[in-house]
Every structure is written in C-alpha cells, then in structure tokens.
Design a protein around this ligand. Structure first.
Ligand code: AMP
Length: 355
C-alpha cells in the first residue's frame, strides 16, 4: 500500500476573515515583530513581488492581501473579467518565501535587520470587506466610503469617478484590519500613492506608507496585471506612453526648460508620430490608441503646473487607451480576450527635487 500523499501545507497562513488575522497580529506585536502590508488585487507579477521583497527587508512579517475590490471598478469597467489567478499567485508567493528563507540563512544579522517572510495572505470575501451595505460602484451609491478630494477627481479620477473612493475605502479597511507598521504601494500607480498618503495624514492612520519603484519589462513597459489582454501588436505600440514620458523627462533633465509647454510638447511629438505611423498601416497590422492625458503636476496635490520648481520636482504621468484590434490575422497572438478588450495603460516618471 502506498502512503497517502502528504497534504501540501503553505509556509504562510491564509485568512478569509478578520478575527483570526487579528489574533495573529496580536501575537506578532507581543513578540516585538513588525508587519509590512502589501495590498494587491492578485494576478501577481514581478511588480508585486518586488514590493513584497521590500516589505520583507524592512519587517519581520509580511501580510499580502489579495482582494479584487468591487467598489473601485466603475459600473462599465472590467470587474467581471479582471484576471483571477489564485493558484499561480499562491505558487509565486511560496517560491518567494523559499527565496526569502534562503536570504535568512545567508544573512549576517549583525550588519542588517532580520530578513522577514510572508506570514499570511488575507483573501477576504466581499461580504467580509463590506459587512453591512453591499459594495456599490454607483457614484451616488450607498455605503461607508472614504473620499479624498480634490486629489481623487484629478487625472485617473476624471475618467474613473468612483475609482479612488473605492481604493481609499478598501485601503482604510485593510489598514484597520491589519494594523501594519508599514504598507507598500507601487510608484506605477502614482496617484494612488498620493491619495493614500493624504488619507493616512488626514485620518492619523498609524501606518507608514512606503513606495516601491515601478518594475518594467526589458523594453520599459510597466508591468501590469492587465497587460495579458494586450497581445503582441498592442503590446509593441503600447510602449508609446513610456517613450513619450521619457522624451519629456529628457527635455526637463537636460536643464533646457522648466516650462510645461516645452516639456509636454516633447511627449506629444512622440505620441503624434506613433499615431501617424499606425494610421498608415492596414487594419490587420495597426494598433490604434487614444491619449487620455499627459500631466505635469505638483507631487503633493497633483495640481497641474505651468512651471516646474526644481526644488520641489514634479510628477509626469499619462494614460492611453489601446483600442480593440480592428482585424486580426489567423494565428496572431492577440492576448487574453482575443484583442477585443480595450486596455488602458498608465505610467509615470517622478522629477525628483534638485538640491
Ligand atoms: P494591483 O494588484 O494592480 O492593485 O497592484 C497592487 C500593488 O502593486 C499596487 O501598490 C501597485 O501600485 C503595485 N504595482 C503594480 N504594478 C507594479 C509595477 N509594475 N511596479 C511596481 N509596483 C506595481
């Protein structure tokens, strides 16, 4: 008789509800250990893993939340089709814990803080996160919400009116549940970091907000869970946003100008050129896109700037919408959804303050 296969046990605990997580949190606190929280919506990629590595370098215990938050999706947005990849997410977190365990073994703790590990995944149900009024995506929907205005109305908020209300609300819930010393967010979603920093300040939340650099593909495209919908053709053209931002950054960094118009003209020249190239191609070859915005804004308020104060710096950010493919070629890599899903890409660069 063969022995039954051992039950696979994770190196972290998985929580679906709040009270057991709170009990763990108390244990960690009493042991003088610290918690770094990394909020995610799953479909994990290297961008998420980099944030977790940073959290593990700065805390003994990392809690990763995986929750596709309904209230940040507008009524016509992609909540139903948002990629959900639980098994592969868990496998990636297991592999990362093995890597972090290895780092612990090799570590010289006399010179560096102890290397942390992923201790828990919080994967709550919508009922747990929204225990009374069901989550609403309607602008005037009922519920208990956190709103951070006017920041939340700007940029991404202009085309996604409930987005930052949903983000701020779910992050406030997660902060209250976990009581982390630190929470980690990616620069990739720069406006989100500005909203969350403002929320933490205004509500005196006792969690320090840390920002991790944007993780990119080899050619510069910012990693995103939604990139799986692009396919090869839109993936290549989608790089236009990063290239446009880089051109604007170059004009500023060269010290030639601090003027908005001159900086943004450099970005526009790139988007216009790529658009013209695409329009000249056949529908079986081209990928059409629209520029939603390219912004040059104050790093704290996200108010648009006419002139950059080099002592303060600025945030250069943009969004483009890749249209569905008009015609596809048999055998073409069109991505998940066969090229029919419009994909919004965002990216940004920070102009750091100059001394
Ligand atoms: P999401 O699951 O898309 O809500 O993202 C969860 C966290 O990962 C957010 O703080 C994002 O800003 C961050 N993140 C997503 N993509 C990247 C990336 N390419 N580089 C760094 N952080 C990222």
């Amino acid at each position: 008789m063969t022995a039954p296969a051992p039950i696979q046990k994770h190196t972290f605990q998985v929580f679906r509800d709040v009270p057991p997580l709170r009990a763990l949190r108390r244990e960690i606190l009493l042991a003088n250990r610290t918690v770094g929280l990394v909020p995610t919506m799953g479909a994990l990629h290297e961008g998420h893993l980099a944030l977790i590595r940073q959290a593990a370098a700065e805390n003994t215990d990392v809690i990763v939340s995986i929750f596709v938050n309904p209230t940040q999706f507008g009524v016509n947005e992609d909540l139903a089709s948002y990629p959900r990849t639980w098994d592969s997410d868990v496998a990636k977190l297991e592999a990362l814990n093995a890597e972090l365990g290895q780092a612990t073994t090799n570590q010289d703790t006399t010179t560096s803080p102890p290397q942390g590990r992923i201790t828990a995944i919080l994967a709550p149900t919508a009922q747990v996160m929204y225990p009374t009024v069901p989550p609403s995506s309607e602008i005037d929907g009922d519920g208990s919400f956190v709103t951070i205005t006017p920041i939340a109305r700007r940029l991404e908020g202009a085309s996604r009116p409930v987005f930052f209300r949903g983000v701020a609300t779910v992050c406030m819930k997660l902060f209250n549940i976990v009581g982390a010393e630190r929470a980690y967010f990616g620069q990739k979603d720069i406006q989100q970091t500005v909203v969350i920093r403002r929320m933490v300040k205004d509500f005196h939340v006792d969690t320090e907000i840390k920002i991790g650099a944007t993780v990119r593909e080899a050619d510069g495209l910012a990693m995103s869970s939604r990139n799986v919908y692009l396919g090869a053709r839109r993936r290549a053209v989608g790089l236009v946003l990063y290239r446009a931002l880089k051109a604007a950054e170059e004009r500023y960094a060269a010290g030639r100008t601090v003027q908005r118009r001159a900086i943004l003209d450099a970005a526009e020249a790139v988007t216009q050129q790529v658009r013209a190239e695409q329009e000249a191609l056949a529908p079986t070859q081209r990928a059409r896109f629209e520029v939603d915005y390219i912004s040059l804004a104050d790093p704290d308020t996200l108010e648009e700037l006419e002139v950059v104060d080099p002592a303060k710096g600025a945030i250069l950010s943009g969004a483009i919408k890749m249209a569905p493919l008009e015609e596809t070629v048999p055998g073409e890599d069109c991505g998940l959804g066969e090229g029919k899903v419009p994909v919004r890409l965002i990216d940004n660069l920070i102009f750091a303050p100059r001394a």
